[in-house]
Design a protein around this ligand. Structure first.
Ligand SMILES: O=c1[nH]c(=O)c2[nH]c(=O)[nH]c2[nH]1
Length: 310
Protein backbone atom coordinates (compact mmCIF):
# COMPACT_ATOMS: atom_id res chain seq x y z
CA UNK A 1 0.00 0.00 0.00
CA UNK A 2 3.08 2.24 0.21
CA UNK A 3 2.46 3.60 -3.29
CA UNK A 4 -0.86 5.06 -2.10
CA UNK A 5 0.74 7.24 0.55
CA UNK A 6 0.98 11.03 0.17
CA UNK A 7 3.24 13.57 1.77
CA UNK A 8 1.39 15.64 4.37
CA UNK A 9 3.08 18.43 6.30
CA UNK A 10 6.41 16.62 6.15
CA UNK A 11 4.89 13.25 7.11
CA UNK A 12 3.93 10.25 5.03
CA UNK A 13 0.16 9.72 5.19
CA UNK A 14 -1.81 6.61 4.13
CA UNK A 15 -5.51 6.07 4.54
CA UNK A 16 -8.37 3.82 3.60
CA UNK A 17 -11.99 3.57 4.59
CA UNK A 18 -14.68 0.98 4.24
CA UNK A 19 -17.47 -0.99 5.88
CA UNK A 20 -16.86 -4.12 7.90
CA UNK A 21 -19.05 -7.11 8.62
CA UNK A 22 -21.85 -6.34 6.22
CA UNK A 23 -23.98 -9.46 6.57
CA UNK A 24 -26.05 -10.62 3.64
CA UNK A 25 -27.82 -13.84 2.77
CA UNK A 26 -29.04 -14.74 -0.72
CA UNK A 27 -31.42 -17.43 -1.96
CA UNK A 28 -31.56 -18.61 -5.58
CA UNK A 29 -34.27 -20.96 -6.87
CA UNK A 30 -34.14 -23.20 -9.90
CA UNK A 31 -36.96 -24.44 -12.10
CA UNK A 32 -37.18 -27.79 -10.28
CA UNK A 33 -37.81 -26.08 -6.92
CA UNK A 34 -34.29 -26.50 -5.50
CA UNK A 35 -33.15 -23.57 -3.40
CA UNK A 36 -29.50 -22.50 -3.14
CA UNK A 37 -28.40 -20.45 -0.16
CA UNK A 38 -25.35 -18.47 0.97
CA UNK A 39 -24.67 -16.29 3.99
CA UNK A 40 -21.75 -13.89 3.76
CA UNK A 41 -20.00 -11.38 5.97
CA UNK A 42 -18.50 -8.77 3.65
CA UNK A 43 -15.67 -6.32 4.40
CA UNK A 44 -15.03 -3.48 1.99
CA UNK A 45 -12.01 -1.22 2.09
CA UNK A 46 -11.48 1.57 -0.45
CA UNK A 47 -8.31 3.39 -1.35
CA UNK A 48 -9.43 6.73 -2.71
CA UNK A 49 -8.49 10.32 -3.30
CA UNK A 50 -10.37 11.89 -0.41
CA UNK A 51 -7.60 13.72 1.40
CA UNK A 52 -9.72 16.84 1.91
CA UNK A 53 -11.98 14.86 4.27
CA UNK A 54 -9.01 14.41 6.59
CA UNK A 55 -7.36 17.78 6.16
CA UNK A 56 -10.23 20.24 5.61
CA UNK A 57 -13.41 18.51 6.73
CA UNK A 58 -14.51 18.53 3.10
CA UNK A 59 -16.37 15.26 2.41
CA UNK A 60 -17.18 15.95 -1.22
CA UNK A 61 -14.90 13.14 -2.44
CA UNK A 62 -16.01 10.55 0.14
CA UNK A 63 -18.02 7.44 -0.68
CA UNK A 64 -20.09 7.04 2.50
CA UNK A 65 -19.55 3.69 4.19
CA UNK A 66 -23.34 3.49 4.46
CA UNK A 67 -23.46 3.61 0.66
CA UNK A 68 -20.93 0.75 0.53
CA UNK A 69 -23.22 -1.27 2.80
CA UNK A 70 -26.25 -0.60 0.60
CA UNK A 71 -24.26 -1.57 -2.48
CA UNK A 72 -23.77 -5.07 -1.04
CA UNK A 73 -27.55 -5.57 -0.95
CA UNK A 74 -28.12 -4.00 -4.38
CA UNK A 75 -25.47 -6.20 -6.00
CA UNK A 76 -26.75 -9.31 -4.18
CA UNK A 77 -30.20 -8.56 -5.60
CA UNK A 78 -28.75 -8.09 -9.09
CA UNK A 79 -27.02 -11.49 -9.05
CA UNK A 80 -29.74 -13.44 -10.81
CA UNK A 81 -27.69 -16.63 -10.95
CA UNK A 82 -25.84 -18.26 -8.09
CA UNK A 83 -22.36 -16.78 -7.62
CA UNK A 84 -19.41 -17.81 -5.46
CA UNK A 85 -18.00 -15.57 -2.74
CA UNK A 86 -15.07 -14.89 -5.11
CA UNK A 87 -17.38 -13.88 -7.98
CA UNK A 88 -19.30 -11.56 -5.66
CA UNK A 89 -16.13 -10.00 -4.23
CA UNK A 90 -14.79 -9.39 -7.75
CA UNK A 91 -18.08 -7.88 -8.85
CA UNK A 92 -18.20 -5.54 -5.83
CA UNK A 93 -14.55 -4.48 -6.02
CA UNK A 94 -14.91 -3.85 -9.74
CA UNK A 95 -18.01 -1.75 -9.12
CA UNK A 96 -16.26 0.53 -6.61
CA UNK A 97 -13.20 1.13 -8.80
CA UNK A 98 -15.18 1.75 -11.98
CA UNK A 99 -18.21 3.66 -10.57
CA UNK A 100 -16.28 6.24 -8.51
CA UNK A 101 -13.57 8.33 -10.13
CA UNK A 102 -12.04 8.92 -6.67
CA UNK A 103 -11.54 5.20 -5.89
CA UNK A 104 -8.14 3.90 -6.94
CA UNK A 105 -8.40 0.40 -5.47
CA UNK A 106 -10.94 -1.75 -3.64
CA UNK A 107 -10.25 -4.61 -1.26
CA UNK A 108 -13.17 -6.92 -0.57
CA UNK A 109 -13.04 -9.77 1.95
CA UNK A 110 -15.84 -12.29 2.35
CA UNK A 111 -16.32 -15.03 4.92
CA UNK A 112 -19.00 -17.54 3.94
CA UNK A 113 -20.93 -19.37 6.65
CA UNK A 114 -20.81 -23.12 6.04
CA UNK A 115 -24.50 -23.79 5.42
CA UNK A 116 -24.80 -27.28 3.93
CA UNK A 117 -27.83 -28.87 2.31
CA UNK A 118 -29.29 -31.51 4.65
CA UNK A 119 -29.94 -35.12 3.74
CA UNK A 120 -33.27 -36.47 5.03
CA UNK A 121 -34.10 -40.16 4.51
CA UNK A 122 -31.01 -40.44 2.29
CA UNK A 123 -32.23 -37.65 0.01
CA UNK A 124 -30.86 -34.12 -0.50
CA UNK A 125 -33.39 -31.65 0.85
CA UNK A 126 -34.69 -29.06 -1.60
CA UNK A 127 -34.58 -26.11 0.77
CA UNK A 128 -33.17 -27.32 4.13
CA UNK A 129 -29.64 -26.46 5.36
CA UNK A 130 -27.56 -27.04 8.48
CA UNK A 131 -24.47 -25.22 9.67
CA UNK A 132 -21.16 -27.03 9.16
CA UNK A 133 -17.82 -26.05 10.64
CA UNK A 134 -15.02 -24.80 8.36
CA UNK A 135 -15.48 -21.53 6.48
CA UNK A 136 -14.71 -20.51 2.91
CA UNK A 137 -12.99 -17.12 2.73
CA UNK A 138 -11.80 -14.85 -0.04
CA UNK A 139 -9.97 -11.57 -0.54
CA UNK A 140 -10.12 -9.71 -3.82
CA UNK A 141 -8.13 -6.57 -4.66
CA UNK A 142 -9.03 -4.63 -7.78
CA UNK A 143 -7.11 -1.57 -8.97
CA UNK A 144 -8.54 1.13 -11.21
CA UNK A 145 -6.35 -0.11 -14.05
CA UNK A 146 -8.32 -3.38 -13.92
CA UNK A 147 -5.45 -5.37 -12.43
CA UNK A 148 -6.70 -7.80 -9.85
CA UNK A 149 -5.65 -10.32 -7.24
CA UNK A 150 -7.77 -13.18 -5.89
CA UNK A 151 -6.89 -15.11 -2.74
CA UNK A 152 -9.18 -17.74 -1.25
CA UNK A 153 -9.01 -19.84 1.84
CA UNK A 154 -10.39 -22.18 4.46
CA UNK A 155 -10.65 -21.32 8.12
CA UNK A 156 -11.38 -23.58 11.04
CA UNK A 157 -10.82 -26.97 9.41
CA UNK A 158 -10.41 -29.04 12.60
CA UNK A 159 -8.84 -32.44 11.96
CA UNK A 160 -7.50 -35.13 14.27
CA UNK A 161 -6.00 -38.57 13.95
CA UNK A 162 -5.53 -40.94 16.88
CA UNK A 163 -2.35 -42.61 15.62
CA UNK A 164 0.21 -42.57 12.78
CA UNK A 165 1.95 -39.54 14.25
CA UNK A 166 5.20 -39.10 16.13
CA UNK A 167 7.89 -36.59 17.00
CA UNK A 168 11.51 -37.71 17.43
CA UNK A 169 15.06 -36.52 17.03
CA UNK A 170 14.47 -32.89 18.04
CA UNK A 171 17.06 -30.86 19.96
CA UNK A 172 17.52 -32.14 23.52
CA UNK A 173 19.05 -29.89 26.14
CA UNK A 174 18.65 -29.03 29.79
CA UNK A 175 15.26 -27.39 29.07
CA UNK A 176 13.80 -30.39 27.24
CA UNK A 177 11.27 -32.63 28.98
CA UNK A 178 9.25 -33.93 26.02
CA UNK A 179 9.80 -37.64 25.43
CA UNK A 180 10.38 -38.87 21.88
CA UNK A 181 7.49 -40.83 20.47
CA UNK A 182 6.30 -42.68 17.38
CA UNK A 183 2.78 -42.91 18.76
CA UNK A 184 0.71 -39.86 19.55
CA UNK A 185 -2.48 -38.02 18.73
CA UNK A 186 -2.26 -35.37 15.99
CA UNK A 187 -4.82 -32.57 16.07
CA UNK A 188 -4.91 -29.20 14.35
CA UNK A 189 -7.21 -26.50 13.05
CA UNK A 190 -6.04 -25.82 9.51
CA UNK A 191 -6.21 -22.30 8.09
CA UNK A 192 -5.25 -22.22 4.44
CA UNK A 193 -5.10 -19.39 1.94
CA UNK A 194 -4.10 -19.73 -1.65
CA UNK A 195 -3.54 -17.23 -4.40
CA UNK A 196 -4.93 -17.65 -7.89
CA UNK A 197 -2.63 -16.62 -10.77
CA UNK A 198 -5.10 -14.33 -12.57
CA UNK A 199 -4.13 -10.68 -12.79
CA UNK A 200 -7.10 -9.37 -14.75
CA UNK A 201 -10.79 -10.11 -15.05
CA UNK A 202 -10.35 -11.57 -18.53
CA UNK A 203 -7.99 -14.27 -17.23
CA UNK A 204 -10.55 -15.82 -14.87
CA UNK A 205 -12.20 -19.02 -16.14
CA UNK A 206 -15.83 -18.35 -17.07
CA UNK A 207 -16.96 -21.81 -15.86
CA UNK A 208 -19.96 -21.05 -13.60
CA UNK A 209 -18.93 -22.84 -10.39
CA UNK A 210 -15.17 -22.61 -10.89
CA UNK A 211 -14.20 -21.03 -7.54
CA UNK A 212 -16.54 -23.17 -5.43
CA UNK A 213 -15.32 -26.34 -7.12
CA UNK A 214 -11.71 -25.37 -6.59
CA UNK A 215 -12.41 -24.66 -2.91
CA UNK A 216 -13.88 -28.16 -2.49
CA UNK A 217 -11.02 -29.76 -4.49
CA UNK A 218 -8.39 -28.06 -2.32
CA UNK A 219 -10.18 -28.96 0.91
CA UNK A 220 -10.35 -32.59 -0.25
CA UNK A 221 -6.65 -32.61 -1.18
CA UNK A 222 -5.61 -31.11 2.19
CA UNK A 223 -7.63 -33.72 4.08
CA UNK A 224 -6.46 -36.68 1.97
CA UNK A 225 -2.86 -35.70 2.58
CA UNK A 226 -3.37 -35.17 6.31
CA UNK A 227 -5.18 -38.49 6.86
CA UNK A 228 -3.75 -40.83 4.22
CA UNK A 229 -5.78 -43.80 3.00
CA UNK A 230 -8.74 -44.95 5.13
CA UNK A 231 -7.19 -48.28 6.12
CA UNK A 232 -3.47 -47.56 6.46
CA UNK A 233 -3.38 -43.79 7.02
CA UNK A 234 0.02 -42.16 6.62
CA UNK A 235 2.75 -41.61 9.21
CA UNK A 236 3.46 -38.01 10.21
CA UNK A 237 6.95 -37.39 11.65
CA UNK A 238 5.94 -33.80 12.57
CA UNK A 239 3.31 -31.16 11.90
CA UNK A 240 5.98 -29.43 9.79
CA UNK A 241 6.40 -32.44 7.50
CA UNK A 242 2.67 -32.98 7.10
CA UNK A 243 2.10 -29.27 6.42
CA UNK A 244 4.66 -29.21 3.61
CA UNK A 245 3.22 -32.38 2.09
CA UNK A 246 -0.25 -30.80 2.15
CA UNK A 247 1.01 -27.61 0.50
CA UNK A 248 3.01 -29.56 -2.11
CA UNK A 249 0.09 -31.75 -3.08
CA UNK A 250 -2.11 -28.69 -3.65
CA UNK A 251 0.48 -27.03 -5.92
CA UNK A 252 1.18 -30.33 -7.71
CA UNK A 253 -2.53 -31.03 -8.31
CA UNK A 254 -3.77 -27.56 -9.23
CA UNK A 255 -1.80 -25.54 -11.79
CA UNK A 256 -4.21 -22.65 -11.20
CA UNK A 257 -2.93 -22.16 -7.65
CA UNK A 258 0.11 -19.87 -7.59
CA UNK A 259 0.91 -20.21 -3.91
CA UNK A 260 -0.52 -21.50 -0.66
CA UNK A 261 -0.08 -20.57 2.97
CA UNK A 262 -0.95 -23.00 5.75
CA UNK A 263 -1.30 -22.39 9.47
CA UNK A 264 -1.51 -25.55 11.51
CA UNK A 265 -1.48 -25.12 15.30
CA UNK A 266 -0.41 -28.27 17.09
CA UNK A 267 -3.33 -28.83 19.47
CA UNK A 268 -2.12 -31.00 22.29
CA UNK A 269 -3.92 -33.95 23.84
CA UNK A 270 -1.93 -34.73 26.95
CA UNK A 271 -1.43 -38.33 28.13
CA UNK A 272 -3.17 -38.93 31.46
CA UNK A 273 -1.08 -40.64 34.16
CA UNK A 274 -2.39 -40.44 37.71
CA UNK A 275 -0.62 -41.72 40.75
CA UNK A 276 -0.98 -41.37 44.46
CA UNK A 277 1.94 -41.75 46.83
CA UNK A 278 2.08 -45.53 46.61
CA UNK A 279 -0.32 -46.38 43.90
CA UNK A 280 -0.67 -45.76 40.14
CA UNK A 281 -4.31 -44.90 39.58
CA UNK A 282 -4.26 -44.41 35.80
CA UNK A 283 -1.41 -45.56 33.55
CA UNK A 284 -1.48 -44.05 30.08
CA UNK A 285 -1.74 -46.60 27.32
CA UNK A 286 -2.58 -44.38 24.32
CA UNK A 287 -6.12 -44.29 25.59
CA UNK A 288 -7.03 -41.54 28.07
CA UNK A 289 -6.03 -37.95 27.25
CA UNK A 290 -6.56 -34.48 28.63
CA UNK A 291 -7.68 -32.25 25.72
CA UNK A 292 -6.24 -28.71 25.77
CA UNK A 293 -6.67 -25.46 23.84
CA UNK A 294 -3.63 -23.69 25.17
CA UNK A 295 -0.78 -23.45 24.97
CA UNK A 296 -0.57 -24.83 21.45
CA UNK A 297 2.28 -25.21 19.00
CA UNK A 298 2.08 -22.72 16.12
CA UNK A 299 3.41 -23.88 12.82
CA UNK A 300 2.91 -22.03 9.55
CA UNK A 301 4.55 -21.90 6.16
CA UNK A 302 3.85 -20.84 2.60
CA UNK A 303 4.84 -22.48 -0.65
CA UNK A 304 4.87 -20.58 -3.93
CA UNK A 305 5.76 -21.38 -7.48
CA UNK A 306 8.98 -19.58 -8.31
CA UNK A 307 7.94 -16.29 -10.02
CA UNK A 308 4.51 -16.35 -8.33
CA UNK A 309 3.52 -12.96 -6.94
CA UNK A 310 2.25 -13.91 -3.44
O1 LIG B 1 5.06 -31.86 15.17
C1 LIG B 1 5.62 -31.21 16.06
N1 LIG B 1 6.43 -30.17 15.72
C2 LIG B 1 7.07 -29.41 16.65
O2 LIG B 1 7.82 -28.45 16.31
C3 LIG B 1 6.88 -29.76 18.00
N2 LIG B 1 7.34 -29.26 19.18
C4 LIG B 1 6.82 -29.99 20.17
O3 LIG B 1 7.02 -29.79 21.41
N3 LIG B 1 6.02 -30.97 19.67
C5 LIG B 1 6.04 -30.84 18.33
N4 LIG B 1 5.43 -31.56 17.35
Amino acid sequence: MGADGVSLGGYQFEQRHGKSRVRVARVWKDASGHHYFVEWSVNISLLSDCLAAYTRGDNSDLVATDTMKNTVYVKAKECGDQVSAEDFAILLANHFTSFYKQVTAAIVNIVEKPWERVVIDGELHKHGFKLGSEKHTTEVIVHKSGSLQVTSGIEGLSVLKTTQSGFEGFIRDKYTALPETRERMLATEVSASWRYPYDSLSGIPSKPHYFNERYLDIKRSLMETFFGSPKEGVYSPSVQSTLLQMARNVLNSFPDVASIKLKMPNIHFLPVNLSSKNNQIVKFNDDVYMPTDEPHGSIEASLSRIHSKM
